[in-house]
Design a protein around this ligand. Structure first.
Ligand SMILES: [Ca+2]
Length: 257
């Protein structure tokens, strides 16, 4: 598993495996708990607010924003995103939820309680993942660049380029602000990279290989995607597109950070 994960990551960041041997720590998370997850949810965004799980999903005609009961996986509230929009990442600021679309260069703002759309915004290029660091919305678009947007104006404040051992890391996908660092799924891998938000440098890779449910292991579209951090409790949750399971994980104590 170790070698396979390294090889998979090396493929996407164009690194020889040998170079990865000197890469940041590879961390295998411990599973704290498992919960049901909607196997029809093409997970593109995941976050926790006040102990409640929120999820945004993709695919044209199946895109949605939803509030989910963590314990049961039951969708308690949802709003459909109409075609031709392909839904992407989402993040909450105050009483509003911001959500991206893949290639429409348009995002949406929803009332977090009613899910009524209250605004929209535009941005150039693709939209993949979204998170909030307390000051800026952070947007990924499949490239090594993470954009920091002013949430008042949705204009670009600054950006960082994500690197591992000095090499660009492409396909940054779902994002989560976790205790001062940015965690990002890497599309079509089983790895999460942990990124310094100032420098873009990856200081650790979190290997989710052992968490891939057997029922989706052979599906290329059912990739690991979705990270949610409960800032109040420190709990971290991960899942994948179409996965039947959502995991609470913790990093082992051997983690130097
Ligand atoms: Ca997230």
């Amino acid at each position: 598993m170790f070698v396979r994960s390294l090889a998979a990551l090396a493929l996407w960041i164009s690194l020889p495996v040998a170079a990865c041997a000197q890469a940041p720590d590879i961390i295998r998370p411990e599973v704290v708990a498992t919960y049901p997850h909607d196997t029809n949810a093409f997970t593109q965004g995941l976050f926790i607010h006040d102990g409640q799980l929120f999820e945004s999903t993709g695919q044209v005609g199946q895109s949605s924003l939803r509030r989910v009961a963590l314990e049961t996986g039951r969708v308690e509230q949802s709003v459909a995103i109409a075609p031709p929009i392909f839904g992407e990442g989402s993040a909450r600021i105050g009483d509003e939820i911001f959500m991206l679309s893949w290639v429409s260069e348009r995002g949406f703002v929803f009332d977090a309680e009613t899910f009524e759309q209250v605004d929209s915004f535009t941005y150039p290029g693709e939209g993949w993942g979204l998170t909030y660091d307390g000051n800026h919305l952070i947007l990924s678009d499949g490239t090594p660049e993470l954009r920091f947007l002013d949430p008042e104006t949705m204009t670009l404040s600054h950006s960082i380029n994500v690197t591992l051992n000095g090499r660009a890391v492409r396909r940054l996908n779902e994002l989560e602000w976790v205790d001062g660092m940015i965690w990002a799924n890497i599309w079509e891998t089983r790895s999460i990279v942990r990124i310094d938000p100032e420098t873009g440098i990856v200081d650790a890779m979190i290997d989710l290989s052992a968490l891939v449910p057997p029922s989706v292991a052979g599906r290329r579209d059912a990739v690991a995607n979705g990270i949610a951090w409960n800032a109040a409790t420190g709990q971290i949750y991960v899942t994948g597109k179409l996965w039947p399971i959502l995991y609470e994980i913790r990093l082992p104590d051997s983690d130097p950070d």
